[in-house]
Design a protein around this ligand. Structure first.
Ligand code: QV4
Ligand code: CA
Length: 503
């Protein structure tokens, strides 16, 4: 066996980058968007570990530009100034404490790595940065890394503006500026080494993997080159030789020459078709209906399940950025959103990521939310507000905490319980009432028609009394929600041939 491993290693086949490195039977991750490190550490201990969450995607931890017009937008964190660990979420000590405390309770940390670019070309010069590092965007001067003019793609881009102008030209998508962001020359070993140095610093602290931001805008081979420079994970929490989990943000809704599959050699990819299609089906747009979900997954043209990172919405498309358009369901559409997340967590396809957001003052003008830039809940000095927990376990201070909604938390647990069980016993009424099981471990029923559901279905479960974990859960050996299957509220009602676990 050792010979084979040595051969694989020699061939640079550093496997394992598809594996989230979670502790066994923890099958979902949650994106705690814009949360402070100290709040994440507390959430790991008080909520995520006890409820079986596998890990947390955190916002970019590296120093970013400070933008004051508009006033501290969330997206300033996607404009790096250096790889120092200091942002509105906290400093390096707080980051280290979070990683240690979360790992110690078996909750992993995944870092959003913004390594395709630095700040916008019009970012100016000075020390308006979250760590006070000096920079001069005009001169491509980032002394805190250091990067200089030699380290950017200016000369390689052939568009008039220097920016990406067309997505059907694979060269400009990679070598020109995305929205004016200074594009790093990742074919250079020096740049690859600085990126790897940053990621290795995080790996040595104890992170379990990375979201590669704007991966579509980097050549797959360049990403591979810096990934090959990465350390194995910290053996304080991971077995020797464990590789960092990699999932790459590649928006591929079809229709462009760049495909997600080009990036499979590096790790998983984000499957944006998932949320876009599921939103269309649950909104019943374009004649879509839940009965069509019978072959959900690769049958709908998605990437292979073991290469997919899936989600209903993400931090971009929940506010009209990135991809997915108006079909995307978010916490603003609570009932359908719970149905969508419940379906995602019950279905075996892909590695599932739950979004956890903050509320902002949406203001639609001519169909566009002019407040899509608004940053996290913040104090008058611009610092991010703490995540407070209400007596009813919801969050205060305008943190939405979708991951704490009973239906979503319980479905995260459901996914852990049915992990490894086959998709089974599909039933549908040809419209929007569907049901399916996961082997003999779980069963779920949806009613998205606007009439009652009154059928007998095969669940595959052993006879018994089961708690409905959407309307409640099992507490002190009792069901706090429904347990018989008389007439449930129309969105979830069914008569069972046998006792089944209504989820
Ligand atoms: C604007 C113009 C430029 C002009 C520039 C001048 O568009 O043409 O040159 O001003 O300064 C912000 C502003 C944007 C501005 C840019 C540069 O919104 O108007 O350019 O800064 O100053 C996030 C936001 C962007 C934001 C960016 C940087 O979504 O609006 O741009 O952060 O602050 C594609 C990609 C995909 C990407 C998605 C949004 O394929 O990879 O667009 N998604 C990821 C992240 C996303 C982030 C980035 C990439 C960039 O998920 O959050 O963009 O890191 O689909
Ligand atoms: Ca690029």
């Amino acid at each position: 066996m050792r010979i084979l491993l040595l051969l694989l290693a020699a061939a640079g086949l550093c496997w394992g980058q598809y594996n989230p490195n979670t502790v066994p039977k923890r099958t979902s991750i949650v994106h705690l968007f814009e949360w402070r490190w100290q709040d994440i550490a507390e959430e790991c201990e008080r909520y995520l570990a006890p409820n079986g969450f596998g890990g947390v995607q955190v916002s970019p931890p590296n120093e970013n530009i400070v933008i004051t017009n508009p006033n501290r937008p969330w997206w300033e964190r996607y404009q790096p100034i250096s790889y120092k660990i200091c942002t509105r979420s906290g400093n390096e000590e707080q980051f280290k404490d979070m990683v240690k405390r979360c790992n110690n309770v078996g909750v992993r940390i995944y870092v959003d790595a913004v390594v395709n670019h630095m700040c916008g070309a019009a970012g100016g010069s000075g020390t308006h940065s979250t760590c006070g590092s000096h920079f001069n965007a005009g001169n491509r001067d980032f002394p805190a890394v250091p990067y200089s003019g030699w380290d950017f793609n200016d000369g390689k881009c052939h568009t008039g503006s220097g920016e990406i102008e067309r997505y059907d030209d694979i060269y400009q998508v990679r070598d020109c500026r995305l929205s004016g962001l200074l594009d790093l020359a990742l074919e250079k070993d020096y740049v690859r080494s600085k990126v790897a140095e940053y990621m290795n610093h995080l790996i040595d602290i104890g992170v379990a993997g990375f979201r590669i931001d704007a991966a579509k805008h980097m050549w797959p081979g360049d990403i591979r080159a810096f990934l090959d420079k990465l350390h194995d994970l910290n053996t304080q929490w991971f077995s020797a030789g464990t590789k960092p989990f990699i999932y790459q943000e590649v928006i591929d809704l079809g229709g462009e020459p760049i495909k997600g599959s080009e990036y499979f050699g590096n790790g998983r990819v984000t499957e944006f078709k998932y949320g876009a299609k599921l939103g269309t089906v649950l909104r019943k747009w374009n004649g879509e209906k839940m009965a069509y979900l019978k072959n959900w997954g690769e049958g709908w043209g998605f990437v292979p399940s073991d290469r997919a990172l899936v989600f209903v919405d993400n931090h971009d498309n929940q506010r009209g950025h990135g991809a997915g358009g108006s079909s995307i369901l978010t916490f603003w559409d609570a009932r359908l959103y719970k149905m969508a997340v419940g379906f995602m967590l019950a279905h075996p396809y892909g590695l599932t990521r739950v979004m956890s957001s903050y509320r902002w003052p949406r203001n639609f003008q001519n169909g566009k939310d002019v407040n899509d830039w608004v940053g996290p809940p913040s104090n008058s000095d611009g610092s991010t507000k703490a995540v407070t927990i209400n007596p009813d376990t919801t969050c205060g201070n305008d943190w939405v905490c979708e991951h704490r909604w009973r239906q979503i938390r319980n479905m995260v647990i459901f996914r852990n319980v049915v992990d490894g069980e086959p998709f089974s016993n599909w039933w549908d009424n040809g419209s929007n009432q569907v049901a399916f099981g996961r082997g003999n471990k779980g069963f779920i029923i949806f009613n998205n028609d606007n009439w009652n559901m009154n059928v007998n279905v095969q669940t595959g479960l052993p006879a018994g009394t089961y708690c409905d974990v959407i309307s409640g859960q099992k507490e002190n050996n009792k069901c706090t929600g429904k347990q018989d299957f008389g007439t449930l509220p129309y969105h979830l009602s069914i008569k069972m041939m046998e006792k089944a676990r209504v989820i």
